[in-house]
Design a protein around this ligand. Structure first.
Ligand SMILES: Nc1ncnc2c1ncn2[C@@H]1O[C@H](COP(=O)(O)OP(=O)(O)OP(=O)(O)O)[C@@H](O)[C@H]1O
Ligand SMILES: [Mg+2]
Length: 455
C-alpha cells in the first residue's frame, strides 16, 4: 500500500513547528491541514476525510490526549500519531493506551517521520482490508492456516478463553505457532484495542529482564538516568505475552507471581504501588510439569498460569494441514503474479517427513523450494529432506558406525548442534529445547566444538 498522497492533519500550537511539519509532509507528497490547537483540529477533522492525524501532546484549549479522546468518542477511527518530547514518554504511553497508533520523539528528522507514517498507514490499510476477517478472528482462528480436526479444536479453545481474564499457558514444540496463538487470544479478546506486549524470557539477559518487566524510577540503579515504564505497565489493559516462561530466573518468577496475585506493581527503586489490569499469556516449548520437577519453574507459578492451557499439536500429528500451509507459504513468499504450483510427488515427500521444526521448518522449506524452482512448479527434488527424519527413534537404520567412540559421538553431537541451530535460525534457547538439553549445556558444547566463535 502506497503511503503518499494522503490527507494529513497536523496539530501543534507552535507556528514554527507547524510550518516545518507542513514542509516535510508536502515533501513526502501529502496534503496538509494545519491546526493550532485541539479544538481547531477537531473542527477540521469533522469537515474533512482524513487519513492521519499527527498531534502535539501539549496544546492550549484541547490537548493531544483530549483530541484523541474526542475523535474516538465521535466514532472517528482515524489513526493518530502523537509527538512528545524526551521526559514525557509516559504521556505518549497513555496516548497509546487510548488508541494512538504510534508516537514520535522530538526532535525527529524526515526519515523518522516518514517511517512512522508508513508504519501507521500500512497498518491501518491492513486493518481495513482485514475487517471482513474479524469474524474469523473472534472465533479464535486468528491468522492460523489449517482446518484439520486438531487445529479446529485449538481455535475453539482460543475462542472460549479469549473473552475471559483467565491466564493461559500455551505449550507446544518449537515452531508450532505458540506466538500466533497468543496473538489470536489477544485479538479475539475485549482487550484487542490495547497493546499486545510480547517479551521473550530466553532472549533477554537475566539481569535486564526484571527492569524490562517492572520498569524503574530515576536513579533506581547505576545507569537508570531516566524513569522507565516497564512491560507490565505497557500491557496494562492489554495482554502480556511471556514467551519461554521456564527460562525466567526462579527469583523473578516469585516476583511475577506477586504481581499476578495482587494486580499491582512497584517499579524498581520506587515505593508507589501502581494498579494493573493485566492479562497474562505464557508459552513454553518444554513440558511444564517436568520443568517444575527440575526446579526451573516454580510450582505455585505453574498453577497460577496453568488455569487454562492450550497444547499446540506438532505438525507430524496433523499432516492433513500440510497442503493448505504450503499454499499459504507459496502465496506469502512466492513471486508476484502467477503463483507456482506444487506437484503431487512433492506433497507426498512433505507428508512423509517428520517436521521436528514444525510449521516454521515447513515455511523455510517452501521458501527454499521457491528459490530452487525459479518460478516453475515445486517438485519433490526441490524438497531435499533428510532420508532419515530427525524424529525417528535413534539407532534404527543400519548398524551403528564403529571407530574411536568418543570421536564418533562428538562428531555426531557437533552435527546435531549445527542442525538444531540452522533450524532455529541460531536461536540457542530453541536449539537447546530441540535437542532437549539445557542452554548451559549447549553453550558448553559450543565452546568445545567451535572455540573460535564468540558466544
Ligand atoms: N497454523 C499456522 N498457519 C500459518 N502460519 C503458521 C502456523 N503455525 C505457525 N505458523 C508460522 O510459523 C512460524 C512459527 O510460529 P510461532 O513463532 O508462533 O511458533 P512458536 O511455537 O512460538 O515457536 P518457538 O517455540 O520456536 O518460539 C511463524 O512464522 C508463524 O507465522
Ligand atoms: Mg515463539
Amino acid at each position: 500500500m502506497s503511503s503518499s498522497g494522503k490527507y494529513i492533519l497536523v496539530a501543534d500550537d507552535e507556528p514554527k513547528m507547524r510550518r516545518v511539519m507542513e514542509i516535510l509532509l508536502k515533501q513526502l507528497g501529502h496534503t496538509v491541514f494545519a491546526a493550532g490547537d485541539g479544538r481547531e483540529a477537531l473542527a477540521l477533522a469533522r469537515a474533512n476525510p482524513l487519513d492521519l492525524v499527527i498531534t502535539d501532546l501539549r496544546m492550549p484549549e484541547l490537548d493531544g490526549i483530549g483530541l484523541l479522546t474526542a475523535l474516538r468518542a465521535e466514532g472517528n477511527e482515524v489513526p493518530v500519531i502523537v509527538i512528545t518530547a524526551h521526559g514525557t514518554v509516559e504521556s505518549a504511553v497513555s496516548a497509546m493506551k487510548l488508541g494512538a497508533a504510534d508516537y514520535l520523539l522530538r526532535p525527529f528528522d524526515l526519515d523518522a517521520l516518514e517511517l512512522a507514517i508508513t508504519r501507521v498507514l500500512g497498518a491501518a490499510g491492513i486493518r481495513r482490508e482485514n475487517a471482513f476477517l474479524r469474524e474469523e478472528v473472534e472465533r479464535g482462528r486468528g491468522t492460523f492456516v489449517g482446518d484439520g480436526a486438531a487445529m479446529r479444536a485449538v481455535y475453539e479453545l482460543i475462542g472460549q478463553v479469549a473473552p475471559t481474564r483467565s491466564t493461559v499457558l500455551i505449550t507446544g514444540e518449537t515452531g508450532t505457532g505458540k506466538e500466533l496463538a497468543a496473538r489470536a487470544i489477544h485479538d479475539a479478546s475485549p482487550r484487542r484495542d490495547k497493546l499486545f506486549v510480547p517479551i521473550n524470557c530466553a532472549a533477554i539477559p537475566a539481569e535486564v529482564l526484571e527492569a524490562e518487566l517492572f520498569g524503574h524510577e530515576k536513579g533506581a540503579f547505576t545507569g537508570a538516568v531516566r524513569e522507565r515504564v516497564g512491560k507490565f505497565e505497557l500491557a496494562d489493559g492489554g495482554t502480556l505475552f511471556l514467551d519461554e516462561l521456564t527460562e525466567m530466573p526462579v527469583a523473578l518468577q516469585a516476583k511475577l507471581l506477586r504481581v499476578l496475585q495482587e494486580s499491582t506493581l512497584e517499579r524498581l527503586g520506587g515505593n508507589r504501588s501502581i494498579p494493573l489490569d493485566l492479562r497474562l499469556v505464557a508459552a513454553t516449548n518444554r513440558d511444564p510439569r517436568q520443568a517444575v520437577r527440575e526446579g526451573r519453574l516454580r510450582e505455585d507459578l505453574y498453577y497460577r498460569v496453568n488455569v487454562f492451557s492450550i497444547a499446540l499439536p506438532p505438525l507430524r500429528q496433523r499432516k492433513e494441514d500440510i497442503p493448505a500451509l504450503v499454499a499459504h507459504f507459496i502465496a506469502k513468499h512466492g513471486p508476484a503474479g502467477q503463483l507456482p504450483r506444487v506437484d503431487a510427488a512433492a506433497l507426498e515427500v512433505l507428508s512423509g517427513y517428520d517436521w521436528p521444526g514444525n510449521v516454521r521448518e515447513l515455511q523455510n522449506m517452501v521458501e527454499r523450494a521457491l528459490v530452487l524452482a525459479r518460478g516453475g512448479p515445486l517438485r519433490a527434488e526441490h524438497f531435499p529432506m533428510e532420508a532419515a527424519p530427525a524424529g525417528a527413534p535413534p539407532g534404527e537404520p543400519g548398524p551403528p558406525p564403529l571407530g574411536r567412540m568418543n570421536e564418533v559421538v562428538e562428531a555426531l553431537e557437533a552435527r546435531m548442534i549445527d542442525e538444531a541451530l540452522a533450524q532455529t535460525e541460531g536461536n540457542k534457547a530453541r536449539a537447546a529445547a530441540l535437542l532437549d538439553i539445557s542452554e548451559r549445556t549447549l553453550w558448553y558444547k559450543l565452546k568445545k566444538y567451535r572455540p573460535k566463535d564468540k558466544y
